[in-house]
Design a protein. Sequence first.
Length: 188
Amino acid sequence: METLLVTIVGKDRPGLVNLVSAVLFERGCVLVELAQTTLLGQFAGLFSIRAPGDLDPGALSADLKEKLADAGFSAWVTPVPAESDAGSAGETAPYVMTIIGPDNPGLVPAVTGTIASFDVNIENIRSVTLTAPEGSAKPGSLALVLELTVPEEVQRSVFRRALRLAAEEQGVEISLQHRDIFEAIHRI
């Protein structure tokens, strides 16, 4: 079976994941992983699938585009090469970073630049603008949650210090916790 990445983008509506997954099932594909979100009323979905070896990615793409055209969606099917060097990047540990503070244009580039300088990968990021209380002269605040994979060779104290410096420069608060600790603290 071949690994493919199916990308779907368009105006959100109920039943979309069902429609896409039904087309994939009809073509003999197995859904391995799915990530989707909506932003400003737009849907963006990534479907990692295993497809039968004789399935032409171009034909699957055409089939999806035909089924989704009336709803105004775009679809792409991308073959994903087998990772022959899996694990060569070294061991990593999962972390969760939260950022809360004033919404300013330089915040995301400053923090993500610091993260990238340590070869830390951002696996997932979610940003929400918190509105200021009614009648307040203060602008809204920004809340970001980032899921990171931190290489084992990164010195945590040096990484935290660099993040703290970036936070001070941007006037925000940053918290970095191992994912297991974050989940234990936030478990309801």
